[in-house]
Design a protein around this ligand. Sequence first.
Ligand code: HGY
Ligand code: MN
Ligand code: MN
Length: 420
Amino acid sequence: MNGKPMIDVQRLLQRITDFAAIGATRAGGVNRQALSPEDRAARRLLVELAFARGFRVYQDDVANLFIRREGRDPSLAPVLIGSHLDSQPTGGRFDGALGTLSAFEVLETLQDAGAVTERAIEVVSWTNEEGSRFFPGCMGSMVFVGAGDLSNWRETRGADGARLGDELAATLSALPEAEVRPAGHSVSAFVEVHIEQGPVLEREEIPIGVVTGVQGTKWLEVSFVGEAAHAGTTPLEFRKDPMAAAAEAIVRLQEAIMPADPLARLTVGRMAVEPSSINVIPSRVTLTVDIRHPEEDALASIEARVEAECRSAAARHLSDVYIEKRFDMAPGKFDAAVVAAIENACEGLGVASMRMVSGAFHDALFLSRVAPTAMIFVPCRGGISHNEAEFVADENIEIGARILFETTIALAGDKASRGL
Ligand code: HGY
Ligand code: MN
Ligand code: MN
């Protein structure tokens, strides 16, 4: 670039390494679950980096964390960029962190150059994107856009038994220096860099995915309730066996849903058994069912089929069944102007790109309800994610950050801004 501010890729790579050390797992991934001590440590590090650069730091009542660099006109709504810092229990070092740290690098690059943008630019780290410890996912962005009420979730117990309200209070109080701001301030646009978490970009050898939308997601929690009994003395006709019901429902759903529709996704990722003793017929088996589809009506019919198969399997095994909806994210489209801004950035830098719909959900989908939004995907090796082996090549990290930089300054105001 001709004398223009340039992303400092070594600094960004070092940041990614430094954050990957927080909650690092022996297999090279991270366990930095939402509102955990590890999550608080990562937030603390980001805030210290922000204060060192003279940026302002805010958090709202659901602990979404914002880092602000002022623009020429403070009355204009800021451009928002960022992602999340929380991870899966055996997550990768790039899911979320890449987008958050690439966004911070944009601010540092502007600061180094003394550049002035028309609009302020804010970096955000959304609370509890993953939803793995505490349902639902995208909790922070849902509250921010008014799609979720925090008071409904304070009593939620995490997978580890912790109470959400307690963990949230501990997280907020761990950053007393952050200014408190109500959730939901106005934003002129939101752009999120994220790994694709799928194989397409790597297979097509294209460095940037311009994300035009996100498929829909529903999470169901299904509890089969039978009767605990002795494994040795209880003949079949006396059994009320929720494990047999759960096993049958899972097999029937795996045979019925994805083989019939290549766009459908159904995953049973978690199963809890009570009392979970080798010689006791279980009293209760609780499963989580994650279903996805780009079309809303197809998603609804998958949900109906899940309910039907669980109810019939429960009946066949003399068990009751209770089904709770834990997350419901309709498919959504991103903003054409922001998509075009990303494509213009790619063209300006001579970077190949392709449009795509995200199979994973993201905070950006909720943000798209209140501000023009789109995402930038970078390839990850083998499309592997939600796995400690998750990997992104340095050059793809650099390209993603440079496209984010160009897109952000284009959205943040006139190019006449000094130093751009
Ligand atoms: O599950 C998802 O789609 C996201 O990666 N948390
Ligand atoms: Mn993510
Ligand atoms: Mn994830």
